[in-house]
Ligand binder design. Sequence first.
Ligand code: GDP
Ligand code: ADP
Length: 214
Amino acid sequence: MAIISHPDTLARRGVMFILSSPSGAGKTTISRMLLDADDELKLSVSVTTRPPRPGEVEGVHYHFVDDDEFDRLVEEDDFYEWAPVFGYRYGTPKGRIRAALKDGQDFLFDIDWQGTQQLYQKDQQDVVRVFILPPSLPELRRRLEARQTDSIEVIESRMERARAEISHWDAYDYVVINDDVDACFAKVREILQAERMKRQRQTGLIPFVRELMG
Ligand SMILES: Nc1nc2c(ncn2[C@@H]2O[C@H](COP(=O)(O)OP(=O)(O)O)[C@@H](O)[C@H]2O)c(=O)[nH]1
Ligand SMILES: Nc1ncnc2c1ncn2[C@@H]1O[C@H](COP(=O)(O)OP(=O)(O)O)[C@@H](O)[C@H]1O
């Protein structure tokens, strides 16, 4: 694969940019805004046994598989990590991620805290962990209802789980409250931009500085 050319930085390793949030706090919304705004960022598409929601497209939002296929992928060690969530299984395929990171490709991961911990254990140097919080629990419920994708029972179970998910806030590098969506997006984007500049990622820095020093 060709080395990615970055307009703002020297040659560097890609960032594994993780966005997590309690369900309904807005990580899908913020992820979509980031992907639309940023050509250097690519979504890591997860594999799931959950059925598609209206409007979700195979290969774009998830790879939708049945239980047997998921079992096969686990056996073949095709996942970076996987976890059960709400009665379904979700996994991050290793695919070409490792090689692409070395070439400077940035990846966005929309995964929960369990997946975040596993990815962080496997690759601390590349991972950046961002947690999005709702401004309040009543607002979280309002957003889940407004999305109109879940039954009352599912919304109740998401609300219950939200409390458990929020308890993992301290396993993240950054915490951003999603009150105004544009403000939240701007903050998350600044985090990504700053992380790209981090000295440890800049594989092109040593030769460049040597040249400057003469
Ligand atoms: N561990 C792990 N979690 C994932 C992965 N993909 C998605 N998830 C999480 O699974 C949960 C349910 O996702 P989804 O069914 O799309 O509903 P959402 O809560 O509305 O985003 C979310 O917390 C996601 O962050 C993955 O590859 N690994
Ligand atoms: N800052 C915000 N203010 C109001 N509504 C929001 C905000 N961010 C997201 N939403 C809405 O809340 C609902 C849940 O957001 P979504 O991005 O699907 O959450 P998640 O992916 O975390 O489950 C969606 O209908 C979305 O349009």
